[in-house]
Design a protein around this ligand. Structure first.
Ligand SMILES: [Zn+2]
Length: 180
């Protein structure tokens, strides 16, 4: 397989789920070391701005659970492939990112996952249910800040029934991979 092969393809058009105008679906492939080739799908509606990203492995994968203890700053650079079907859990923060209808697939690193959780918290902070919720959000943001500086160890868990998600490490001795 040619590692540098990146194919950009425009496929069939679909109806936008928001405004019903036609959207072009855009696919491209990317080869990810220790995981294989993935197809990255992007939908952008030129009319209303609706956007969706997802990704799929070219090869059939088994349902898998990945568990990684993140305890060094350099661990934050570890690559993560997340499909729209993947649940991300960080038990120490009581954080769960569930796959939903609008759930996105993306390739990032562990720091990127923390930034996404931070973005979710910023959204929740604007409209807290009550003072207790707000103080919990504030506390979680402080913990995330420490984690982003590599000063707080935590466990990252990925659960994907489609097997299209992974924590990418050459040396898998630190990584626990289980059947889901
Ligand atoms: Zn639209």
């Amino acid at each position: 397989m040619d590692i540098n092969k990146n194919i950009d393809v425009f496929f069939n058009k679909i109806d936008c789920p928001i405004c019903k105008s036609q959207i072009q679906t855009h696919y491209k492939t990317q080869d990810i070391p220790y995981f294989g080739e993935v197809i990255i799908l992007t939908l952008i509606c030129q009319n209303c701005g609706y956007k969706k990203n997802d990704l799929f492995s070219v090869y059939e994968k088994e349902p898998k659970k990945y568990i990684l203890k993140v305890n060094e700053e350099k661990d934050l650079k570890i690559k993560v492939v997340r499909s729209g079907a993947c649940t991300i859990k960080i038990p120490e923060f009581g954080t769960v990112i569930e796959p939903g209808v609008e759930s996105e697939g993306y390739i990032t690193n562990i720091e990127g996952i923390l930034l996404r959780i931070n973005d979710i918290l910023l959204g929740l902070e604007k409209n807290p249910q009550d003072d207790e919720t707000l103080s919990k959000i504030e506390e979680l943001k402080r913990e995330l800040e420490k984690a982003k500086d590599g000063k707080l160890a935590f466990t990252l868990i990925l659960e994907d029934p489609t097997g299209n998600s992974a924590i990418i490490l050459e040396d898998t001795s630190k990584l626990k991979i289980e059947k889901l």
